[in-house]
Write a protein that binds this ligand. Structure first.
Ligand SMILES: [Zn+2]
Ligand SMILES: [Zn+2]
Length: 123
């Protein structure tokens, strides 16, 4: 089943919108894979999977996902999601951040960074 995708800002506002992907950038680091002494499969992907999106209500954001290792307690660490919301005037309340964290369905809240607008060039 495909993963559901929502605009985190709209979701936090209780609105619905259409989401448009704008490409994906994956770093090119080597992946380490092995079966440990307990026979558990470790798949260590150090790459950052960055995907940018916009929504029909004008929000823009980038999701940075580090896949992590699914073996519990592995020192490599679990999957992390970092969301950069490109909305310089946007202020998100703790309640909204909590709802956004739920959108991403990760145990720990994703970290957020308000991205400074990349210059004033609308070229
Ligand atoms: Zn939105
Ligand atoms: Zn591992």
């Amino acid at each position: 089943m495909a993963e559901l995708k929502f605009c985190p800002v709209c979701r936090a506002d209780g609105e619905t919108s259409r989401v448009y992907p704008h490409g994906r950038f994956i770093t090119a680091m080597a992946i380490e894979e092995f079966y440990d002494e307990q026979g558990q499969h470790h798949f260590h992907d150090r790459n950052n999977h960055a995907s940018s999106y916009s929504c029909s209500r004008g929000h823009r954001w980038v999701e940075n996902i580090r896949p992590g290792c699914h073996v519990e307690g592995c020192e490599f660490g679990p999957r992390t999601v970092q969301v950069e919301i490109d909305e310089s005037k946007l202020t998100l309340s703790p309640e909204q951040l909590h709802r956004i964290a739920e959108v991403y369905g990760v145990g720990d809240a994703p970290s957020f960074a308000n991205v400074a607008p990349s210059g004033d060039s609308h070229a």
